[in-house]
Structures are given as C-alpha cells and as structure tokens.
Design a protein around this ligand. Structure first.
Ligand SMILES: NC(=O)c1ccc[n+]([C@@H]2O[C@H](COP(=O)([O-])OP(=O)(O)OC[C@H]3O[C@@H](n4cnc5c(N)ncnc54)[C@H](O)[C@@H]3O)[C@@H](O)[C@H]2O)c1
Length: 339
C-alpha cells in the first residue's frame, strides 16, 4: 500500500526532497500535503508533486488522509513537530540533528514509546555504502585492529544553505557543530562504536565573518581515540576524503561526493589499493532513508537510524559544546546525560 506523507518544511531541504527524491519513489510513497508556514514556499513544491499546500499540519489533516510526516524544519523545531505528529497517530521521519537539547530527545523517545509508531531519523552517513563497507571490512578483519580514525568536514556555507538566518550568528542552534556534528558522529560511531568522552577546541582568531574551525578529540568505548575536524569558511573540494580509519593491516578512506556519484570506500596498503564499495552520490542516501523508513513502517522492523541512535549523536555534540565552554577540558558523556 502506498504510504501517504505530509512533507513538513518547504525550505532548502524540503525542496530537495520534493524535487529530487519523492518523484523517484512514486507508487511506494505519495506526498499528499506540503506544509510550510510560508504558503508561497509550499505551493510550488506541492504543485510539482500533485499535492496540496497547507500552512499547518492541523489544516492538512482536516482535508487529507495522511499516514506519516517527513519533518524538514530547522533543528530547534524537530522535537515539537515530532511529538505533535505522534500525537496525531502519524509515523515520523525527522531531520538531523534530532534536537538541540537532550531533554527534547528524551521527550521524543517517550512520545514514540507511548504512540507505538515508527520514528526514523534522516542521518545519512550510516546509509552510505562506503560507511557500511568500512564497518564490514573492520568486522571481518581486513583492516586489522583499528588503531585510530579521523573525520574532516570542511566547506563554505553558501547558496541555499546560507539563506537560512537560524544557521548563522548567535542563534542557539547556529554553527557547524549543530549542522554537521551529528552527521560525522554518526559515521564514526558506525565505524568505531560508542563514544565515551569528547574534548573540543576551536580556532580563536578567524578573520572571516561566519568562519568556524573546531577540532574534537573523541574517546571511544573500545579504547580507540579519534578526531573530527569541522570548518566553515575554506572552499570544499570536488571529492572530499571525509574519514580515514587506520588499522594494523591498512587504512580505509571514505570519500563523499555531493555533486556527482563517485563517493566510495578505498582500502590501501603500501603495495596498492582496492575499492570496498560501489560508487555513490551522497544525495542518493536521502532516497535510501525514505525507503528504509517506509519499509520499517510496513514491516515493523527498526529503521536503520532510530531515536536512540540519533540521541547518542546529539550527546556527543552537547558534550563537545560543554567542552568548548570549559576551555577544551574533556567531558564524559555521562556528565551531559540527565537521568
Ligand atoms: N541530512 C542532510 O543531508 C541535510 C541537509 C541539509 C539540511 N538538513 C536539515 O534539514 C533541516 C532544515 O534545513 P533547511 O536548510 O531546509 O532549513 P530552511 O530554513 O531552509 O527550511 C525550513 C522551512 O520550514 C518552515 N517552517 C519553520 N517552522 C515551521 C513550522 N512550525 N510550521 C511550518 N513550517 C515551518 C520555514 O518556513 C522554512 O521554509 C535542518 O534541521 C537541517 O539540519 C539535513
């Protein structure tokens, strides 16, 4: 049966979903309503999908039969929108970061438990073939013992992403850590397991307005230590090596391609290298996320990234922000969790 979805948020990400992803899922998933408080944003997207535009979920539910809500609102709106949808008896797909406080994450978990409905989180990296291949290569011993790993997310905030006022300045949800931190944490956790503590430092002298440079040192439960570098302000490259896992038998590099379809995982030793995954585009993962969500709703299986997983990513960002506030001192994750 076709899943009838209300797409909530017709901004930059909602536009990508409406124009590039949902048309490829016709028959499986049908967008019946596009909801945005700016009707002039939702209207054109709804027209392209053969859907109707509304200014609120309530208004959409009065007129349309809806099974599920895809939430593409700014970070700080995720929690309230998820809880509202669950209270209406709707399944939810919600963007990353799950929320900007752990209290909101816990409230979402409680609401989902009460409702007994499926909540998936649009956290892309665990869906990438390159990340899954790296995890499999580590599990099967190809890479040997994992010694350390690092990730790098460096680009300039521009285009539609720079149009959003809330992403920049002194807004509490602004900045690269909230925008990209759960992304790379989810990738590193998929490869190396749970994080137990974080120490964060940021560059203090940045001449360019809006530029940021933050380095996290992550301690993993396994004893492995790793690093994540986040920077807004330096130009991106065509094909970025976003993570490297260094093992006793070789290293795996994960490259991510946002424009074309050449992202992959490559295993290298001094004698040469071989590809571990088929090539892919980052944006294909958005289709995989919706397919995984729809399948979870139909079968009752757990989605690839659910609330507990996404909360663990938020914990790392919260701990990193706390570490920055403490001048770089390590912060254990148990310190930021509330009972
Ligand atoms: N997974 C990814 O690869 C990826 C990529 C980009 C953005 N995102 C995430 O997507 C989310 C949205 O980002 P964006 O850049 O599209 O933001 P945006 O500001 O461009 O879009 C948000 C839209 O929501 C609407 N809106 C806000 N509150 C509303 C409400 N209560 N009811 C109805 N409409 C409301 C706004 O009018 C706006 O059109 C963010 O959380 C971001 O982290 C994820």
């Amino acid at each position: 049966m076709t899943l009838r979805v209300a797409l909530l948020g017709a901004g930059a990400m909602g536009t990508i979903m409406a124009r590039d992803i949902y048309p490829r899922l016709a028959g499986e998933v049908e967008v019946a309503a596009v909801v945005d408080r700016h009707l002039e944003r939702g209207g054109p997207l709804a027209a392209g999908l053969g859907a109707t535009a509304y200014v609120s979920l309530d208004a959409a539910l009065r007129e349309r039969s809806i099974d599920a809500v895809d939430i593409r609102l700014q970070h700080a709106a995720h929690s309230a929108a998820t809880i509202e949808a669950l209270q209406h008896g709707l399944h939810v797909l919600v963007e990353k970061p799950l929320a900007t406080t752990l209290e909101e994450c816990y409230a979402m978990i409680a609401a989902a438990d009460r409702a007994g409905l499926t909540v998936a989180v649009a956290e892309n990296y665990p869906h990438l073939a390159a990340v899954r291949a790296t995890r499999a290569a580590l599990a099967s011993g190809v890479v040997g013992e994992l010694l350390t790993l690092r990730s790098t997310r460096v680009y300039t905030l521009e285009g539609v992403w720079a149009n959003t006022v809330w992403r920049q300045g002194d807004n509490p949800m602004a900045g690269i850590l909230w925008d990209q931190g759960t992304h790379h944490t989810s990738m590193l956790r998929a490869i190396a397991g749970e994080v137990t503590s974080v120490a964060a430092r940021s560059s203090s002298r940045l001449a360019t307005e809006g530029a940021e440079a933050i380095m996290l040192t992550l301690q993993f439960e396994s004893g492995v230590v790793g690093q994540s570098l986040y920077c807004w302000g330096a130009p991106a490259v065509e094909l970025e090596t976003e993570a490297t896992a260094f093992g006793t038998s070789g290293r795996v590099e994960i490259t991510v391609d946002y424009e074309g379809g050449r992202g992959l995982a490559r295993f290298s030793v001094p004698e040469g290298s071989r590809d571990l995954s088929a090539v892919e585009s980052y944006y294909d993962s958005h289709r995989l996320i919706v397919e995984d969500w729809a399948n979870a709703i139909r079968t009752g299986a757990a989605p690839r990234v659910g609330l507990a997983d996404a909360t663990a990513d938020v914990e790392v960002v919260v701990a990193a922000r706390e570490s920055l506030a403490r001048g770089g001192a390590p912060v254990a994750l148990w310190e930021v969790r509330t009972p």
